[in-house]
Design a binder for this molecule. Structure first.
Ligand code: ATR
Length: 276
């Protein structure tokens, strides 16, 4: 039997647990396939997309920093990928077109926004930290939940301004002002890489917060960032990004294989074992 080939493109990729996730499911559903890390430079994107077109590769995920950069090489982008201009899943469709989709929004909905049941959600104030590849997906997932009062803040203000062009209703907060803004927020979301295992961390932890604050960290490695640990002590309700990661993978797997894989305990244990 011919083995199908899948993978993830990005740089750096050493932290990615996507191979663990997809290879677990390939084994479980007895699909002859392998999912690998494809660490590439920007100028190698075109070659990888060609492999999809030639059916040498049956599907790829895309991660930082290429979620936008892949778009010019695709034949079409659909659904949430179109709404966010951010692509994390690519495959060849039945008409031979290379299609870009986005499963991060679904991951955020299932892993986070579906769990929000605080009162008067539509009036809740949300602050998103970061304006990188995942931020447009965070905004769309919040908007799908009816949340409208969204602010974003990024160290490099220009990138936040670019996101505002696509989502004009969001407000911008200067990075130096996040500390003073934190106390009016109902929900704060970390969509930066601050707190990631082995990387930089926030210089300060929010001191003044609402006791009902919900803090969501896209990061899942470590499972508890310093910010989560400290805000938890202040009684904030906290979430990490592990479920989002698993659900975005579930939808990618479905798009490629037409099977909606189970999220069973064995899978969760396997993932947790592989977290450094
Ligand atoms: P990219 O922006 O290249 O797509 P990303 O991992 O999706 O990469 O995004 C990284 C995010 O973390 C960005 O919002 C980045 O801020 P800048 O746009 O100013 O670079 C943020 N980030 C990374 N290191 C940071 C730091 N030391 N302080 C503040 N923000 C940081």
């Amino acid at each position: 039997m011919i083995e199908k080939k899948f993978g993830i493109i990005g740089k750096p990729l050493s932290h990615s647990l996507s191979p663990i996730l997809h290879n677990f499911w390939f084994q479980k559903y007895k699909i002859s396939a392998n999912y690998s890390l494809i660490e590439i430079e920007l100028d190698e994107i075109e070659g990888v997309i060609k492999k999809i077109r030639n059916n040498e590769l049956q599907g790829i995920n895309v991660t930082v920093p290429y979620k936008q950069a892949v778009i010019p090489y695709l034949d079409l982008i659909i659904d949430d990928a179109k709404k966010t201009s951010s692509v994390n899943t690519i495959n060849l469709n039945e008409e031979g077109k290379v299609v870009g989709n986005n499963t991060d929004v679904y991951g955020l909905q299932r892993g986070f926004t579906d769990k929000l049941n605080n009162q008067n959600l539509t009036q809740n104030k949300v602050l998103i930290l970061g304006a990188g590849g995942v931020t447009p997906s965070v905004i769309l997932a919040l908007e799908k939940k009816g949340i409208k009062r969204i602010s974003i803040s990024n160290r490099t203000q220009k990138k936040a301004e670019d996101i505002k062009k696509k989502f004009p209703l969001i407000e911008l907060v200067e990075w130096k002002n996040i500390e003073s803004k934190s106390e009016e927020m109902d929900i704060i979301i970390n969509a930066t890489s601050l707190g990631l295992q082995g990387g930089n961390d926030f210089k300060q932890i929010f001191k003044n917060i609402k006791p009902s604050l919900i803090y969501y960290d896209i990061i899942y490695n470590p499972r508890e960032t310093t910010m989560i640990k400290i805000l938890k002590q202040k009684c904030a309700k906290t979430f990490n990004g592990l479920e989002m990661f698993i659900y975005q993978g579930q939808k990618s797997f479905f798009l490629w294989n037409k099977i909606k894989p189970d999220l069973d305990e064995e899978l969760k244990l396997t993932i947790k074992k592989n977290l450094k």
